[in-house]
Design a protein. Sequence first.
Length: 508
Amino acid sequence: MSATTGQTKAKAGMRIMAITRPDNARWLSLFVLCAGFLMIVVDSTIVNVALPSIQRDLGFSQSSLAWVVNAYLIAYAGIMLLAGRLGDLVGRKRIFLIGLVMFTAASVLCGLSFSQPLLIAARFVQGVGGAVSSAVILGMVVTMFPEPGERARAISIFSFVASAGASVGLLMGGLITQAMSWHWIFFVNLPIGLATALVGARLLENDPGIGLGKGADVIGAILVTAALMLGVYTIVDSANYGLGSARTLILGAVALGLLVAFIVRQAMARNPILPLRLFRSRNLSGANLIQAVMVAAFFGFFFLGSLNLERVLRYGPMEIGLAFLPVAVGMGALSLSWSARLIMRFGARTVLLVGLVMIAAGLVLLAQGPMMSDYLRDLLLPMTLLGVGGGLAFPALTIVAMADATPSDSGLASGLLNTTMQVGASLGLAILATLSSTRTGQLLADGRSLTAALSGGYHLAWAIGAGLTLLAIALAATVLRRGTSAQAEQAETGSIVEEEREPDEVCA
């Protein structure tokens, strides 16, 4: 039996299993998964708003404060790929619930922290729990919704939660920190986490996995986890030592060496943790590359945009959250209502390109805007473009990346996509923040005021982000296939797609 035939039969079996489950149970299961992911996404931004309060309360220096964020990022990005594969091996429901419990328990420990080391250690464990839980969610979604129309809608809902959660975190962070204290930004996870875990344990369908014997590559697991953790550590710590410093270059070379050793191991191992055959799919390989470039620009906008609003325009925590509201509304409206329909009508590749063009336009407008921006005149339009563009691009890219995933590899493909997002965001943010700081230093040396120098650095970062988005557009236009495996598998299995679906290709 050929690999293509085997993949087709596997997907047909996935469709049959999904059809046997009542529709309401599948959609309720999706909401449970989204609730767990929302808690994790909200936490990633809610902490940023509370950082000044944490710094004052626990006596962090400016450089050590970064580790409240970095400890989480290193664990989250480092464990994601391994967690996704473990979901395929031992069952995605089991891994999701384990990660959820770890994240919730670590959140309580963060809230109880009274010292710097305790908070940083708890944030690391929280990152592990977040990675373990979120790594398998997309794999569960594509397994529950094999039909292209349903899958597009399900992924759009998931993307809405991911995008809205970031802005909800900014608003909640400001509100909770001002009304109570920073400790409560972590305590709010306890009732949400417990409720989601209890409902998920009863509602989510059990999946035994393919068994540890099918892919228990311990050496590969150690290599890839060490490579990713060291790589992300090197990236985030480069803000203190410089991207071109000897320390950064040496640690980067070691991380790269570990990654090469992992790839060699995967080519030779009998049961690899990351089968290299996955990268034969142009869509999967291309989508992950585009993801890394796109999130570097998008996350750089969120982080540096928050700093610009605070340090240049003098916005308070609540004002910063409200300023990003058009991004959340735009992404939410498109992800929840229109993205799936547009993808089914015009194809994921086309929708992705349109979304990337809008993101690039928004960043160009920000880069060309004045130093003392008026919100309605100078910021509302680019914020809206970024929100609408993100609402189109993220669901479409996810569908492209997961289109060729088989049931046995869907957790791994999900973990790979999330890993790419975290590493791309970390690397992009480190580069953009470094270039922005360098530009600020140059302007200060030229006699500019601090406000003007900071603004100049942020505007340069947004211009570079626009350039990265243009690179993502070029990759999407040249690398991604116009066709999709969805139509081929439909023809081979004789499945009937929903009436709502147009005859155009899903990934055209």
